[in-house]
Design a binder for this molecule. Structure first.
Ligand SMILES: *Cc1c(COP(=O)(O)O)cnc(C)c1O
Length: 384
């Protein structure tokens, strides 16, 4: 079976994790700040706060931005559920903004329209979560202009996009987003097993996220002087969202190969573009402003294929042939747990039309040319 994504673990990764296991600190030790500082430096952010998943990091980001009960968070329907759920963890109402036909990312024009309506109704969002789908940055400059105009905070869910660039600068540099979040799940660009990170420029936001990651507890020198050296205070309700030092050591070791990984993914994506030319499908759109990290290579099947044999038959043919294709994403508003808020088919037609024809082909640094040729040959048969 050729999977759709796969981690790359080398001897040096194993050695880095083993060294932590033999050390005094399995968690809250020196590897974690080293990993945070390395990611921040690599991406051009002042601060980075690691967490035990990107889901946790998104929750921390919403909390740090003071998203509260009854307020609003908007995101794209073309994402993993975590980009929306983070709002609900805070008691906020979640709504969606349709995607652009080319970019497949939250469409700034659709957002501008929805904001104008919401402004009149006095129902503006507090937070907008933009997702760099498949590893290609959103139009962050346009989103920043709208954030400034309407006063919402902007989270970039860059779970797919570490190592990507936007307008020549690394994703995560925080020129446009208030907080950028990465995921280190094994199918993503670099991995810590489970893990995530939130990057920002604002020292107060970073300190708040770090505090909320560990129960909302602070150790304050003045209070310790008064009460005793053991003293700590819980100043707000936090969580245990900490990343272990084993994970941080793995992440640090993986980070050294980030550029190689993205280059390998880009080479394979370019090769797919060539191999798939002439088939009844659309290959990914390339934004001239962005260099994708190529988390996913998503094709869109033409209408003729949808009519016969149909996306499902193509999917099942490929799976039976040992090709681990996938579909990203079922529009979040169509999940049963979102439909109960009143969302229904037809609400976000661009995302729904895209979903009906989407197919994710295998893409990961260890995919060989021969393996990729097998994928394309099987796809040709499925479409024949
Ligand atoms: C993977 C993913 C997440 C969640 O990441 P975890 O680290 O698994 O919690 C969030 N958003 C997007 C867009 C993702 O792809």
């Amino acid at each position: 079976m050729i999977p759709y994504g796969r981690q790359d673990i080398r001897d040096e990764d194993v050695a880095a994790v083993a060294a932590v296991l033999r050390s005094d600190w399995l968690t809250q030790g020196p590897a974690l700040p080293r990993f945070e500082e390395a990611v921040a430096a690599r991406c051009g952010a002042r601060h980075a706060v690691a967490a035990n998943s990107a889901t946790s990091a998104l929750h921390l980001a919403c909390l740090a931005l003071d998203l509260k009960l009854g307020e609003r968070l908007w995101t794209t329907p073309n994402t993993f559920v975590a980009s929306a759920n983070c709002g609900r963890y805070c008691g906020a109402a979640v709504d969606f903004v349709d995607i652009g036909r080319d970019s497949l990312n939250l469409d700034p024009a659709a957002l501008a329209d929805k904001l104008e309506q919401a402004d009149k109704a006095g129902k503006l969002p507090k937070v907008v979560v933009a997702v760099d789908f498949a590893g290609q940055s959103c139009n962050m400059a346009a989103l920043r202009l709208l954030a400034n105009r309407y006063g919402f905070r902007l989270i970039e869910d860059a779970s797919h996009a570490i190592g990507g660039r936007y307008q020549g600068q690394p994703v995560g540099d925080g020129r446009h987003a208030d907080i950028t979040v990465f995921s280190f799940h094994p199918v993503k660009i670099i991995t810590t097993g489970e893990g995530g990170m939130a990057l920002c420029h604002d020292a107060e936001l970073a300190a708040r996220m770090a505090r909320l990651r560990s129960h909302g507890i602070v150790r304050n020198a003045a209070a310790q002087a008064a009460e005793g050296p053991w003293y700590y205070e819980q100043v707000e309700l936090g969580f245990n969202y900490r990343m272990t030092d084993m994970q941080a050591a793995l992440g640090l070791s993986q980070l050294a190969r980030l550029d190689d990984y993205v280059a390998a993914r880009r080479r394979l994506a370019d090769r797919y573009d060539r191999l798939l030319a002439g088939l009844p499908l659309q290959t990914p759109w390339r934004d001239p402003e962005a260099e994708s990290a190529w988390h996913l290579y998503v094709i869109r099947l033409d209408d003729a294929v949808l009519a016969r044999p149909g996306r499902r038959a193509v999917f099942e043919y490929l799976r039976a042939a040992g090709i681990g294709v996938n579909v990203h994403y079922i529009p979040v508003h169509l999940q049963p747990d979102y439909r109960r808020f009143g969302f229904a088919p037809g609400d976000f037609p661009v995302a729904e039309d895209y979903y009906a024809r989407a197919l994710t082909l295998p893409l990961y640094p260890g995919l060989s040319d021969a393996g990729q040729d097998r994928v394309v040959a099987a796809l040709r048969e499925a479409l024949a």
